[in-house]
Unconditional design. Structure first.
Length: 431
């Protein structure tokens, strides 16, 4: 699927809109991989950050950190103690270190299509022999990377997600080796897949039975799907939670580990090292406090408004696709949704790349017509999205499918070798 693309360089933005160097306006449903939950240039957020740079808060590190931690404790059900860091990858690696120290065991379980950061032990592979499920390499694995240290992938067993019998079998066989089960509670990175009924509850039960630490990676879902994250939606509490992205409004790098006091106290006992020059830095703490104050104002009704606006956008997307003879579906939640192209079984067998082609082309065509989405096919709204933004989306989306539909139809024909007419994609790397 060859096509040419270029990076878009932005020079400003307000609310849910961005402007590029040529003065073009874009509707931002990319939201910095979901981190920018407040939209652009929220004055309440900007004032708090400016105060942190110039006032007493700039040097009063202890108070800033405690107040940010207390806010997280108030909203995240499993958060008894909190530790701050900078990136989601760093939070996940330190959560795994906690689990190993707490259990005295070494390996962990992760799941195919989940993403937990760019560390060697977290990247790449597909599910192989389920009797001894070490990750297997395969061609075209876009989450893999050259330069990984030898043996790092063997730190984890890689399992299919939403498969409780397999998890039960592996934990029963290898619980003496497994310190933690690491999962996204909603598989956003794998396509917006929701957990099956009872799956997370079963995972919690099995971890309890086998002395395994349950880690929810809520770097995406935390403070995006609600103030309490996915764990509040499902009522399943992990032992440890990793947080990032939306927690600090998307403008500054901040992440956190939150969890059970019994486990987190290993830091206080100095059993575990978690050094970092900028852990708990004042500006990052101000960003957390400002973000959570804004999100929790008015009893958190901003989430309902964001979900309602995004639902209208998703419906407009699906209706426009149908008008042009294309069958798409939405998965995930209103505030973190993923669109997929649906091809019939015969078509999928004949043209196995058509779904990927249609999604990629649609994303590129949206960027060309001034709509930005994340990582090809994810809609990440912000609380800044309003009725005018919905109207702008409705105005532009038919132009998208006027571009896409003819090319998909030609691919369905006898010579599926097309070049995308799109020239632009949103800037940013894979998440």
């Amino acid at each position: 699927m060859p096509w040419e693309s270029k990076q878009i360089h932005f020079v400003g933005g307000t609310g849910a809109r961005l402007r590029d160097m040529d003065g073009n306006e874009y509707l931002d449903l990319f939201s910095k991989f979901g981190a920018n939950i407040l939209g652009h240039n929220d004055p309440r957020y900007n004032v708090r950050l400016a105060d942190a740079l110039t006032g007493a808060a700039a040097v009063n590190l202890g108070v800033n950190e405690v107040e940010a931690a207390e806010m997280i404790r108030a909203f995240v059900p499993s958060a008894e103690m909190v530790r701050f860091s900078l990136s989601g990858t760093e939070a996940v690696l330190n959560a795994l270190r906690l689990a190993r120290a707490y259990t005295g065991k070494s390996r962990f379980i992760r799941f195919f299509t989940h993403y937990h950061g760019n560390a060697d032990s977290l990247l790449g592979g597909r599910v192989g022999n389920l009797d001894y499920p070490l990750p297997e390499a395969f061609d075209g694995d876009f989450t893999d990377t050259d330069g990984k240290a030898r043996g790092t992938t063997e730190e984890a067993f890689l399992l299919p997600w939403n498969d409780l019998p397999t998890l039960d079998r592996v934990l029963s066989a290898y619980s003496d080796q497994i310190a933690a089960v690491l999962t996204e509670p909603i598989c956003i990175n794998g396509g917006g897949v929701m957990p099956n009924d009872g799956y997370l509850e079963g995972m919690r039960r099995l971890c309890n039975a086998h002395g395994v630490v349950l880690i929810f990676d809520e770097v995406i879902t935390g403070f995006r799907v609600g103030l309490g994250g996915a764990q509040a939606l499902f009522g399943v509490l992990p032992d440890l939670t990793t947080l990032g992205k939306a927690m600090a409004g998307g403008a500054l790098p901040v992440s956190a580990i939150a969890g059970r006091r019994e486990i987190m106290n290993l830091y206080n006992a100095r059993k575990i090292v978690h050094g970092g020059t900028f852990n708990g830095y004042a500006l990052g703490m101000a960003a957390i406090r400002a973000t959570l104050e804004i999100l929790s104002a008015d009893d958190g009704r901003c989430y309902d408004r964001m979900a309602a606006h995004m639902r209208r956008i998703h419906d407009a997307f699906l209706r426009a696709a149908a008008r042009h003879g294309l069958d798409f579906e939405m998965k995930g939640l209103d505030t973190a949704a993923v669109f997929h192209f649906r091809s019939g079984p015969d078509e999928a067998k004949k043209l196995p790349m058509i779904s990927q082609y249609a999604v990629k082309l649609t994303s590129e065509a949206m960027a060309e017509t001034g709509i930005l989405v994340s990582n090809m096919n994810r809609f990440y709204g912000s609380i800044a999205v309003d009725d005018d933004d919905v109207a702008l989306f409705e105005e532009r989306i038919d132009d998208v499918f006027q571009i896409v539909a003819p090319f998909v139809e030609k691919m369905r024909g006898p010579k599926p070798t097309m070049t995308s007419p799109s020239r632009a994609v949103a800037a940013g790397g894979a998440q």
